[in-house]
Design a protein around this ligand. Sequence first.
Ligand code: 4IA
Length: 403
Amino acid sequence: MSTSGFTPSAGVPHMDIDPFSIEFFEDPHPAHEVLREAGPVVWFDKWNVYGVARHAEVHAVLNDPLTFCSSRGVGLSDFAKEKAWRPQSIILEADPPEHARTRAVLSRVLSPTVMKQLRGSFVAAAESRVEALLAKGSFDAIADLAEAYPLSVFPDALGLKPEGRENLLPYASLVFNSFGPPNKLRQDAIERSAPHQAYVADQCQRENLAPGGFGACIHARADAGDITAAEAPLLVRSLLSAGLDTTVNGIGAAVYCLARFPDQWARLRSDPTLARNAFEEAVRFESPVQTFFRTTTRDVEISGSRIGEGEKILMFLAAANRDPRRWDRPDEYDVTRKTSGHVGYGSGIHMCVGQLVARLEGEAVLSALAKRVSAIEITGPPTRRFNNTLRGLESLPVSIKAA
Ligand code: 4IA
């Protein structure tokens, strides 16, 4: 018999940590170690959910999508019990076999061929942004680089009109807060969401998307019969939800790493072809997307613990990315590390469909910095931005010098 929602299976350690509290977000690493060391599976008394924080279990859960489903939501809320706050995503919140069709569409829209077409303009935009920042000397690496750069390339690549783009980051922040529990971050975000939701719903319509962009390409797949006309706007919405704040926090993480670890900055400068790996290592090291849930579709055993049907499991991607069972020197940022196997983009059938866009942006920025900048100095206290799912800074005051 399942004891769903109130008591964990015998032998699973109880954690009284709240992994969605401000104290936790301020410095998650010691708590991640406690969770990993407590056992392969833990139970959170505060939210009545299981958790996995070791690399092996996170990887195993991600790679068994029929047992650990996404269609009941990848946040704490179980869509089998509670109505979703917005119409369900038809890719993120879908399971096999239905998932494959929508996934194939976005895979094709964000393919290696499309990246080849975008590379020139993405690299030029990064180079001109770095020139402008060198001219300023001092700036905020979050607002003026980590946000400004993706905002200068991604909305145009999607084909969005210029008006209303100020809604994009608030909408994304809402989406990522919504995966968390019903705490203040989530409730405040949903309360203020109506204008951002209205903006996004509008931009997903075919007539608002410029020819040649990702959005128009998605609608063209409806003409080809791969998806219905009603599904196309929902796939555009997935790009608006997942395509901007993630790269903002990825680029922010990379600049913060390079500013904090001068030996790694020196290595990157001596070989700018390391830019792509330096970005990937920043995604491992900081894990801009910290957590996700799955829901069990049957009774299942994970590393000796029996878990009933209909249970939420919280996966700590960030803890897996620093698990000493999987990584040498996990707490060191190393631009030459073999990063393959990190779960910062997830793993398995749902692994980030936009990863090539993210890597193109990250590589373009870090390569431009490595070629043109001699030193990055942190000139004031960095401040943190708090979100139920995303990890990143609100502000990072820096100064840079020309090489
Ligand atoms: C969607 C996990 C995150 C990057 C994400 C958020 C929203 C969606 C997809 C992925 O709305 O489909």
